[in-house]
Structures are given as structure tokens and as C-alpha cells.
Design a protein around this ligand. Structure first.
Ligand SMILES: Cc1cc2nc3c(=O)[nH]c(=O)nc-3n(C[C@H](O)[C@H](O)[C@H](O)COP(=O)(O)OP(=O)(O)OC[C@H]3O[C@@H](n4cnc5c(N)ncnc54)[C@H](O)[C@@H]3O)c2cc1C
Length: 612
């Protein structure tokens, strides 16, 4: 068994930042990651990092834009912390050597982004995430932080008291991709999940194949609630054939969207009379699909994004990467023709419920980055606001796990006296595991009380049995079949436009996937680099996560941010200024709600009509 003070699961922007912070606070910290750090999905981030750096801008404007962008579902203490800390944390990256793009006078450049009232997005060409990862990984190497890469974390080693708020997390169980061994990692002070997004729950996504919601699912099964999972961001400019992202930086630099009739529809059809292409992402994604649905799409599928008028020099200086992506994945030369784009799943606003210090309701269990929900993005994330979240809240989680006092959090977690119980919504099927054989792997599943070491050892044994069970089966269903069915259902029915009937259909299909998973088998008999086995385990996680997204989408009968419902096309502030929480209770999802916090340090953010 390996042992450290703090174990960080994941080596993307959030995980690296958390590990550096824990190390600076004097902790023996280790990173466990299924990918080598610089292969993490943060490397795909293109557009930039929002931080109020310039004269004329300030953190209060950033906080206001973020609250408005969130459609008033962001929690003000988290939003204000993000906006206040982003400038210093961004400049720290610069001091560590991040090669930000610069103006003639040497200041770092900032560009306009959707929903921002000031050009606040700091960038390094159109490869911001790539440079961010390399800059922070250098700091990890410099500090001698131990990295276990190509170790796949399967479960958390959590105690199993009845109430999740009474449980504690003592480590993780991981599968060594190179050798096939399953081992325990004991964490004396804390486990920080920084496992990224769950984009692979959808068929058309900008996310990498590694984005399988593992952290979400592990925390969920250990009793930490998932928050606001219904809020999925669909980015307006993904390439139709692959889902590869064309950065918002293109529109930030002046790129224009046209329909098949050559109309600049964001203005000409009145979707966003002030901001046009730079309206918030949810607004632009709905506008594009409305154009397609009303017959003004190109090839009945997409619209055009044109950047030719920006000129070759500016494009090569600021958007060169975009030219390569359009050419390589769509065969289009962005210097001489417009690029085809359509909405694609891009980001999960929801995630593991945490407070401002990154803590979940399970003692010793933290989460940061896209897998967490603190909540700064509420119903809709503004472009450029995820990367500052990684560095601001990754740092806070690392420091707190290492024992630093960051003050009493204002955001509460877990089941408590401030939550509203139960939902009236009729569910089409029994969600969760209830009634099924769950021996292929659940946590929080009873068992004898033990000390920390004993808890980790017991979880290791369960995980070894689980791997053996999957490997020993000779036939059954392959994970790829189940995963594709799940992804199709989510893309068909829990997409930009949602109907009650569609979401219910998705829930029925997810239930079928769960039942089929009872007979899943691993075809590859090898113990080394067995991606078949790893993806089989990931598929189980995707089923759990997809179900929470669909359940959230069904119970929230209003239209807010990225969540649009055909039968409920208005925002219902009287009823729905609250977060949806779903927690796993003995194999059954419990749904409850916690009020959103609109009171900031000096002002209350009054919900207003959101127009751009
Ligand atoms: C194409 C694209 C472009 C984007 N551009 C921007 C942008 O310009 N600005 C912005 O603000 N946001 C952007 N975003 C969003 C932002 O990049 C992501 O939300 C963010 O990078 C996620 O970082 P993370 O550290 O949370 O996760 P990731 O970078 O995805 O890292 C997750 C880590 O967890 C590890 N991991 C996962 N599961 C396991 C497991 N079971 N066991 C062990 N390790 C595991 C992985 O190996 C990886 O190291 C973009 C997103 C996409 C998809």
C-alpha cells in the first residue's frame, strides 16, 4: 500500500494546482492520474483565462458578469472568490513562465469573450490550456511532487456510516495500467478529486475520450451529492463531423456567424441585438439550432463561422491553431472559406457538491475543477471562466487538505436543515441500482467498521474481486455497445432542446444500459494496458452520471441558462432559485434542493431578465 498525506486524483489544471498548493503548505502530496499530466484534457483549452487585470476593469464587474451568465444560479461567495483571486493567480502563472500573448508595450493581451462586459480573457495564442499544463507540470517536477501516472483510480476508500455527513475518506484504490495490479493509496489528510468532465456521456462532444466522469461517479457512490447536473453546456462552435472545438476566441477576435441564406442571424433574427455572436454560449447555441430547425441551416445541419475578414496576419498571430483544426478535421481552409460549426456538448456546470474550500460533505474528500460544483457557473458558464476556476479553487482545495485554515465556508454541503426534500416529479423507471446485482462494484455498501488502513485494504479486496469477475466472464455484452447506446440517448433526448417525453425516454434507455451492464464482459484477456477493462469500468461511471443529468433535467421544470424545457419556457425564480442535489442512497438516487446564495460581500445579486 502507498501512503501520502494528500492524494490528488487527476493531473489536469485543477489537480496540478491543488498538488502545488498542498506541497507549498508543507504536505507530502502525490498525484495519481490515468493519463500522463500533459495529456490531460486541460491541454485542449484554446481561448483563455478570465481575470480582471487591466485598468478600467475590476473584480466586481467580473463577478457581476458571472452571476448574470449563470442565470442567477451561481453562489455569490464562490463567484466573488473566483473574481477576486483570478488576477493574482493568473499573474502567478505568468511568473512561473506561462507564455501569454502580449501587446506591443509588453502587457499580456486580453480579448473579448461571450457575456463579458470587458475584454478580460487572457490567452496564449489559441493554445492556452496546453501552455497552462506545461507551466504547472514544470512546477510539479521542480518541487519533486510524486506523480503516479497511468494509474486508474477505481473507487474511494470511504467509511460507510449511514449518513454521508458522518463518513470519512481515507484514500483510493487504483489499477496500474502498466502491470494490471490493483493497489491501495492511503491518504492521511485528504483525497482531492480533480478528474475533469463527463463529456463522454454524450455522442457529439468537444471532450476527449478520457472525460468519463469517474470522479463524479466515485464521489456520488460514496455519498457526496452531485449538484445541478442538468446544466450541460453545448458550445456553439464545434466541427460537425468530430465535435472538435473551434474556440470562442474566433468570435472574440471578430468572427461572424451566417446561416445558409447569408444572414448574420444573431442580429438579423434578433437573438442578441447588442452582443450578436458574443452573446452567452447558451443563447448562441439555441440560435444556431433554431436556424437549422427552421430550414436556414447549411446541409440541414450546421451554420458557417467566417473569419476571413480578419486577415491572414491576425489569424496567424492569434488563431493559427484554429486553421489547423479546420483543415485537419474538416478539410476546410479558414483563410479562404467559412468553417462549418454546430453546437456540441462541451462542459458540465454541475458536479460534486463542494464549499469554497473544496470540501465535500464526506470528511477528507475534496473536489476541484470541472468535476466539482462550488458553484461559480450556475446555469451557464461564461467562456474563459473554467480555467480560473481550476487555479483558484484547485489552490484552495490543496491548501485546505494540507491543513491550512481558510476560514469558515459560507456554502454548506450534504444533507442538512437548509435543504428542501423530495420531488413530486413522476419518474418513468426506477433509477439507480435498486433491485439489480451490484457486485460489479459499488461503494458505501455496508461492511464491518475498520480503521483507516482497514478501510483501504477492504476496498482493495473488493476492487480486485471486481476486476477478476469482469475478466473471468467468457461472453456477454461489450462496454462499447452499451456506451454508444447511452451516448445516443443523451445526444438525442437531453440536448440543447429538451422535452419531458424525450428526457423520460432517455431515462428508460439509461435503465436498459444499467441492466445490460450486469452482463458486461471484457474481451481482452491481457493484464497489461488493458484499455478494454478500463473503458468497461468507465462505462459504469458514465451510466451513473448520465442518469443524474437526465434526472435533474426532468425535475427542473423551468428554463434557466443552458437548461431549456419545451413545456416550461420561462425562468421560475419563485420556485427554482435553488440547486438540484442528487445523492446515492443504498443504490437509489435521492433528490433534494438547497437555496442559491445571492448575497455577496457588499451586495445582493437581484435576478434580472438576461439579455445580451
Ligand atoms: C476543447 C475545449 C476547450 C476549452 N477551452 C477553454 C478555455 O479556453 N477557457 C476556459 O476557461 N475553459 C475552457 N475549457 C474548459 C476547461 O478546459 C476544462 O473545464 C478544464 O480544463 C478541466 O480541467 P480539470 O483539471 O478539471 O480536468 P482535466 O484537465 O480533464 O483533467 C482530468 C485529470 O483527471 C485524470 N483522471 C480522470 N479520471 C481518472 C481516474 N479514474 N483515475 C485517475 N485519474 C483520472 C485524468 O488523467 C486527468 O489528468 C475548454 C474545454 C474544452 C473541452
Amino acid at each position: 500500500m502507498y501512503e501520502h498525506d494528500v492524494i490528488v486524483v487527476g493531473a489536469g489544471g485543477a489537480g496540478l494546482r491543488a498538488a502545488i498548493a498542498a506541497h507549498e503548505a508543507g504536505s507530502d502530496v502525490a498525484i495519481v492520474s490515468k493519463l500522463h499530466p500533459v495529456r490531460s484534457h486541460t491541454g485542449a483549452a484554446e481561448g483563455g483565462i478570465n481575470a480582471a487585470l487591466q485598468e478600467g476593469d475590476d473584480w466586481e464587474l467580473h463577478a457581476y458578469d458571472t452571476m448574470k451568465g449563470s442565470d442567477y444560479l451561481g453562489d455569490a461567495p464562490a463567484v466573488e472568490t473566483l473574481a477576486q483571486d483570478a488576477p493574482e493567480d493568473t499573474m502567478r502563472l505568468e511568473h512561473w513562465g506561462m507564455p501569454f500573448s502580449r501587446e506591443e508595450d509588453g502587457r499580456v493581451s486580453q480579448r473579448p469573450f461571450g457575456g463579458l462586459s470587458y475584454p478580460r480573457t487572457t490567452y496564449a495564442g489559441a493554445e492556452t490550456g496546453h501552455h497552462l499544463l506545461h507551466t504547472m507540470y514544470e512546477q510539479v517536477v521542480k518541487r519533486g511532487i510524486q506523480v503516479y501516472d497511468e494509474w486508474y483510480v477505481m473507487e474511494l476508500a470511504t467509511s460507510d456510516e449511514d449518513e454521508p455527513n458522518d463518513r470519512s475518506c481515507h484514500g483510493v484504490v487504483a489499477y496500474d495500467v502498466q502491470s494490471g495490479n490493483v493497489e491501495g493509496f492511503k491518504a492521511n489528510d485528504g483525497v482531492i478529486l480533480a478528474t475533469g468532465g463527463p463529456g463522454q456521456a454524450f455522442d457529439h462532444t468537444t471532450n476527449a475520450v478520457s472525460c468519463t466522469g469517474d470522479g463524479h461517479a466515485m464521489a456520488y457512490r460514496a455519498g457526496a451529492p452531485l449538484e445541478d447536473m442538468e446544466f450541460i453546456q453545448f458550445h456553439p462552435t464545434s466541427l460537425p463531423s468530430t465535435g472538435v472545438l473551434i474556440s470562442e476566441g474566433v468570435r472574440g477576435e471578430g468572427g461572424i456567424l451566417y446561416n445558409s441564406e447569408g444572414e448574420r442571424f444573431m442580429f438579423e433574427h434578433g437573438y442578441a441585438n447588442n452582443s450578436g455572436e458574443l452573446a452567452s454560449r447558451d443563447v448562441v447555441a439555441r440560435a444556431e439550432l433554431t436556424e437549422v430547425n427552421e430550414g436556414r441551416g447549411v446541409d440541414d445541419e450546421y451554420v458557417h463561422l467566417d473569419m476571413r475578414h480578419l486577415g491572414e496576419e491576425r489569424i496567424l498571430d492569434r488563431l493559427e491553431n484554429i486553421l489547423h483544426l479546420a483543415e485537419d478535421f474538416e478539410g476546410v481552409d479558414g483563410l479562404v472559406e467559412p468553417m462549418p460549426v454546430k453546437p456540441g456538448q462541451h462542459y458540465a456546470m454541475g458536479g460534486i457538491e463542494v464549499d469554497e474550500n473544496g470540501q465535500t460533505c464526506v470528511d477528507g474528500l475534496y473536489a476541484a475543477g470541472e468535476c466539482a460544483c462550488v458553484s461559480v457557473h450556475g446555469g451557464n458558464r461564461l467562456g474563459g471562466n473554467a480555467l480560473p476556476e481550476l487555479i483558484v479553487f484547485g489552490k484552495r482545495a490543496g491548501r485546505h487538505a494540507a491543513g491550512e485554515d481558510l476560514g469558515e465556508p459560507q456554502i454548506r454541503t450534504g444533507y442538512g436543515d437548509d435543504v428542501e426534500d423530495e420531488t413530486e416529479t413522476e419518474l418513468p423507471v426506477q433509477p439507480g441500482d435498486a433491485g439489480l446485482d451490484t457486485s460489479s462494484g459499488v461503494a458505501a455498501d455496508g461492511g464491518v467498521a475498520a480503521d483507516a488502513q482497514g478501510i483501504v485494504e477492504r476496498k482493495v479486496e473488493q476492487a480486485r474481486t471486481r476486476v477478476d469477475t469482469l475478466m473471468d466472464r467468457d461472453d456477454g455484452v461489450q462496454h462499447a455497445e452499451i456506451r454508444q447506446k447511452l451516448q445516443n440517448a443523451m445526444t438525442d433526448y437531453v440536448n440543447v432542446f429538451r422535452t419531458e417525453e424525450g428526457v423520460k425516454k432517455a431515462l428508460r434507455i439509461i435503465r436498459e444500459c444499467r441492466e445490460e451492464y450486469q452482463n458486461v464482459y471484457v474481451d481482452d484477456p491481457s493484464r497489461t494496458f488493458n484499455t478494454d477493462l478500463q473503458q468497461t469500468i468507465e462505462t459504469r461511471n458514465l451510466i451513473d452520471v448520465a442518469e443524474t443529468i437526465a434526472l435533474g433535467a426532468l425535475v427542473r421544470d423551468e428554463f434557466r441558462g443552458a437548461h431549456w424545457r419545451k413545456e416550461h419556457q420561462e425562468r421560475k425564480d419563485d420556485e427554482w432559485l435553488k440547486h438540484t442535489l442528487i445523492s446515492w442512497n443504498d443504490g437509489q438516487p435521492d433528490i433534494f434542493y438547497r437555496p442559491v446564495i445571492l448575497e455577496g460581500q457588499d451586495k445582493t445579486y437581484e435576478p434580472k431578465e438576461r439579455s445580451y
